[in-house]
Design a protein around this ligand. Structure first.
Ligand SMILES: Cc1ncc(COP(=O)(O)O)c(C=O)c1O
Length: 420
């Protein structure tokens, strides 16, 4: 099998991608860190925000601040309109069939917990199985473990190979009459692996099993079409998508969302309430109890509009070039091992260095002005799979440059000099 990284298919290089110009949209990037120009390579943890997003949030608080869905007055109407417009922006971004399939939540973690607590509690029982993979973020493990514990169900884990690729044959063997849900990441935050979601949904469909996809890392990096992928649930986080923290999205197919019981009870999620009986609101409001993060949702809408203006295909291509360039340079440094070498990979470059703890790598790089992540990346089972305590992880964003990769490479060489 070739070790070359696969090139993203759907890229169109019509107009040039002017990364220096794009960087000017991100005020935070224009600063020194420990006396060196900041090199921000921790985008898988969270991304920086363009001025357009910051403006949208400030604008909302300066001009429109009001509660949504509740007032007849002008400000409330404007706030509601902006909030619902953001829902449509997300709908088109994910190519969902209806805007009512877009539920605003706090983030990917809450989206998955919502499905576990509603769909899961209703449909998964004693002896049933939930199938995940060996490359999950904790947020796609723990909610299912909690559910399994409550219901007497079993969590099954599809294995990966040494490159960090899902073993599809093994995955398929684990599907059966007991499997009541499949939950997989689209793109692994620890390894960078892109999973063959369409193939997975095709296999699950043969057994009538719904599929939830953790899209936290994929949505900022590639075109996601939930209809084409034929997923039942898709979870994303705004803050990884150049939007504000505290907001995310659960996409769910209408039929499933309608059949699911509500998540939390309170205002906005009801059609009518008496002490005897409450009638729940229609979707998506049934799942949005209480005053939401209105400014956050509006900021998320602005972030997606910004990404669409740049072109997600171009972002994908740009990050792919950075990943290929960085992989080549970093793999060539003596004593460095890249963890996660899937053929189909994006955004994330995890590595370890002989005899050096990743935390020391991170600390020395920080002194060079370079921000990377070190640790288990909320994916401890991945670390166990590779028999390592942690990795250092550089993760790319739409504003990173080859010069920044060069700075990273020089920084890693410096780590070698100082500690090896
Ligand atoms: C693959 C993946 N899933 C889920 C999450 C959780 O996202 P959040 O903390 O925004 O809920 C993350 C965050 O790092 C992630 O990388």
């Amino acid at each position: 099998m070739s070790t070359a990284l696969k090139t993203p298919e759907a890229h169109v290089a019509t107009t040039a991608y002017d990364v220096q110009k794009i960087r000017q949209d991100f005020p935070v990037l224009n600063q020194m860190a420990h006396g060196k120009p900041l090199v921000y390579l921790d985008n898988a943890a969270t991304t920086q925000k363009p001025q357009a997003v910051i403006n949208a949030i400030v604008d909302y608080y300066q001009h429109d601040n009001s509660n949504v869905h509740r007032g007849v007055h002008l400000l409330s109407e404007r706030a509601t309109q902006a909030y619902e417009k953001a829902r449509e922006t997300v709908q088109h971004f994910l190519n969902a069939a209806h805007s009512s399939e877009i539920v605003f939540v706090r983030g990917t973690t809450e989206a998955i917990n919502l499905v576990a607590q509603t769909y899961g509690r209703k449909n998964i029982g004693k002896g049933d199985e939930i199938l995940i993979t060996a490359m999950e973020h904790h947020s796609n493990i723990v909610p299912w473990q909690m559910l399994c514990e409550e219901k007497g169900a079993t969590l099954r884990v599809a294995p990966i190979n040494d490159r960090g690729e899902l073993l599809l044959d093994e995955f398929e063997k684990l599907l059966g009459p007991k499997t009541k849900l499949v939950a997989i990441p689209h793109l692994s935050n620890a390894l960078g692996t892109i999973n063959p979601v369409r193939e997975i949904t095709r296999l699950a469909r043969q057994h009538n099993i719904p599929v939830l996809v953790d899209g936290a890392q994929a949505a900022p990096r590639m075109r996601v079409d939930v209809q084409e992928l034929d997923v039942d649930f898709y979870a994303i986080s705004s803050h990884k998508l150049y939007g504000p923290t505290g907001v995310g999205v659960l996409y769910g197919k209408t039929k499933l969302l309608e059949a699911m019981p509500p998540y939390q009870g309170g205002g906005d999620m009801i059609a009518s309430v008496t002490f005897e009986k409450t009638i729940y609101n229609k979707i998506p409001y049934k799942f949005e109890a209480g005053t939401p993060d209105i400014a956050g949702v509006i900021g998320l809408g602005a972030a997606i509009e910004y990404l669409e203006r740049l072109g997600i295909d171009k972002i994908e291509q740009h990050e792919h070039e950075l990943l290929v360039y960085a992989t080549e340079k970093i793999s060539a440094i003596p004593g460095v091992t890249v963890i996660g070498t899937a053929q189909n990979k994006a955004g994330v470059l995890s590595f370890v260095m002989d005899g050096i703890h990743p935390h020391d790598i991170g600390t020395i790089l920080d002194h060079e002005g370079i921000a990377v992540r070190t640790g288990h990346h909320c994916a401890q089972p991945v670390m166990q799979r590779y028999n390592i305590p942690a990795t250092a992880r550089a993760s790319f964003g739409l504003y990173n440059t080859k010069e920044e990769v060069d700075a990273l490479v020089a920084g890693i060489k410096r780590v070698s000099e100082v500690l090896a």
